[in-house]
Design a protein around this ligand. Structure first.
Ligand SMILES: Nc1ncnc2c1ncn2[C@@H]1O[C@H](COP(=O)(O)O)[C@@H](OP(=O)(O)O)[C@H]1O
Ligand SMILES: [Mg+2]
Length: 560
């Protein structure tokens, strides 16, 4: 929700929009975990830190330094047994509430806002007697915002901004929400004035971005929602396709319908959630659909999209065929090195989709030509490792959503919406223990070259061949150590085939380069101008892999 600063606005107004990529200050660095100095820092938890640099607990309105709390408790000698009992009840309740609060923060950091909301609400409702329950109210307000209950979120932020005096993040968040959702610039200005009085850093955009890490959790929530809804739409079409007879299996129209439907739906959801400065670079456009004979297909797509919107229940609209065509065409942006652009592959791995195998809905956000966020929905990818074979037991549950924000790590969540877990690429250092991914389709990547590279490296396992950016997702959680992609001569890679996958892997600790060792450059429009191929692995294996790649390419060229 990035609104450009209007130069004609007052000094505060001109500053407020820079908060809008996320009015939600949940993406913070934890300097001081509340009551829990031993908890490792996470960048999303500063919300709960207090302004002091050592551990404090707010208890009954009094500020107590936590390092003294145990000492105080042990030296405290209550007169009666009843007072002793009361004291132990209080400390038990404090630990319960802190545990719930911490769990809420964790879930919020993972982007699981509905669950985070439950934990915060439980603290707010059941532990009112503790002053620190106000921090749960802040968490609750922000989680409410993320799950779409914005009225309630703003009301809660307003209340808590009064009870938690001197907490700049709440005022800044409120400023952004009042500006973006209530269209109340004067009220927003007041809140922003308070925030900047309490912490003048909020006027500094680089501080908000680099230190507070505010952007772009709103975008992430929107991207997850869009990709998940599209995944459901594609699953429905793939199921019907696989159940259909041979003749209609040879018909390409189901994939066409799902492809356009997915693009229209993602485009619609993103524009609903983040209307400001919308720009989308996507694979499809409506040219063919607008030709004679396309009307029936457009109607099928429109029905599919409307069914998905209705099943979600958050938007009370029915799209016309023209709305759908317009939504598809809003993906005509060229991208580039300036500004922010969404990048979408509505069905990556169409061949896999038709075969009933892997495919992905791949959505990324570019800012100034760099990928800052990526979401990969992989409806057929098992939740557990696909290991060295690419196979999984038939009972395994499938459907993964990978998501990553720059600086925030990579998470994987079941597509059914249950809790996310942080993922990491494998730590394997010995190529003999490594396995590698490549395209299922030999036309997309030279299998003979990857085989030569694997041989030089000493990789023993056979290639794991799967379609789409599900390869990046699987690699990000350590299912395999290497991904090799060497298109045949003359093929130009497109940004939507790699943007989401690239950040999902790099945020999980991996490295993605072209065959010359250069990072992929997403700033040049729709195409990635790169040398020969794309190689992906962990930091430790990259030098070995890189030499094997160089040698193999030379050898192959010499043999031609
Ligand atoms: N000749 C070619 N060489 C390399 N990639 C190709 C190709 N033809 C198509 N592709 C791309 O490869 C993608 C699939 O990658 P993978 O082989 O990893 O599954 C396709 O995405 P779409 O299916 O979205 O068109 C398409 O963009
Ligand atoms: Mg693709």
């Amino acid at each position: 929700m990035r609104v450009r600063a209007d130069r004609t606005m007052g000094s505060y107004k001109a500053q407020i929009p820079h908060l809008l990529s996320s009015p939600n200050p949940n993406a913070k660095t934890l300097k001081t975990p509340l009551l829990n100095p031993g908890t490792p820092s996470t960048r999303r938890s500063l919300l709960f830190s207090l302004s002091s640099s050592c551990g404090f607990a707010l208890f009954h309105g009094k500020l107590l330094q936590s390092s003294f709390m145990d000492a105080l408790a042990s030296s405290f000698d209550p007169v009666s047994q009843a007072e002793k009992d009361a004291s132990s009840v209080v400390s038990r309740r404090v630990s319960e509430a802190v545990e719930l609060l911490e769990r809420g923060k964790e879930l919020q950091a993972q982007g699981d806002f509905p669950k985070a909301l439950q934990f915060f609400t439980s603290v707010v409702e059941n532990y009112k007697e503790f002053a620190f329950s106000d921090y749960a109210r802040v968490g609750r307000a922000l989680a409410l915002y993320e799950v779409g209950d914005r009225e309630e979120a703003i009301a809660e932020m307003e209340d808590v901004s009064i009870s938690l005096k001197g907490y700049p993040e709440v005022h800044a968040a409120l400023a952004a929400a009042l500006y973006a959702d209530k269209h109340a610039p004067l009220l927003a200005e007041n809140q922003f004035a308070i925030a900047t009085l309490l912490d003048p850093h909020f006027t500094d955009l680089s501080y908000v971005i680099e230190t507070k890490h505010w952007p772009p959790s709103l975008e992430l929530a929107a991207a997850k929602k869009a990709a998940s809804l599209s995944a459901r739409l594609c699953q429905k079409v793939q199921k019907a396709l696989l159940q259909s007879d041979v003749q209609s299996k040879n018909d390409k129209s189901p994939v066409t319908v799902a492809d356009y439907g997915s693009q229209a739906l993602v485009s619609f959801v993103l524009q609903q959630e983040i209307p400001a400065d919308f720009s989308l670079v996507a694979e499809e456009d409506s040219k063919d659909l607008r030709k004679d004979g396309g009307q029936e297909t457009v109607e099928r797509i429109t029905k599919l999209v409307n069914d998905s919107i209705t099943s979600d229940g958050s938007y009370n609209v029915t799209l016309s065929t023209e709305d759908v065509l317009k939504a598809i065409d809003s993906g005509r942006s060229e991208g580039g090195s300036q500004g922010r652009h969404w990048v979408l592959d509505p069905i990556d791995g169409t061949k896999g989709f038709l075969r009933g195998d892997q495919y992905a809905i791949a959505l990324a956000l570019l800012d100034g030509g760099k990928v800052v966020l990526g979401v990969l929905a992989c409806p057929n990818l098992p939740l557990t490792s696909i290991g060295a074979t690419g196979q999984h037991s038939p009972n395994n549950e499938v459907g993964c959503l990978f998501f990553a924000e720059v600086g925030g790590g990579t998470y994987m969540q079941p597509l059914d919406g249950s809790s996310a877990v942080k993922v990491q690429v494998t730590a394997v250092e010995n190529p003999e223990e490594a396995s590698f991914f490549e395209s299922y389709e030999a036309a997309h990547s030279m299998h003979d070259l990857s085989s030569l590279i694997a041989q030089k490296l000493g990789v023993k396992a056979p290639p794991v061949r799967i379609d789409s950016q599900a390869k990046y997702g699987a690699l990000s959680r350590g299912d395999g150590a290497i991904y090799l992609r060497f298109p045949h001569k003359g093929y130009r890679e497109k940004i939507w085939d790699h943007a989401a996958g690239c950040i999902v892997v790099t945020e999980a600790g991996g490295v993605v380069t072209d065959a010359a060792g250069k990072p992929l450059d997403f700033s040049r429009g729709k195409y990635l101008d790169l040398d020969t191929g794309i190689i992906v692995t962990n930091q430790k294996l990259m030098p070995l892999l890189f030499s094997a790649v160089r040698e193999s390419i030379k050898e192959k060229a010499a043999s031609l």
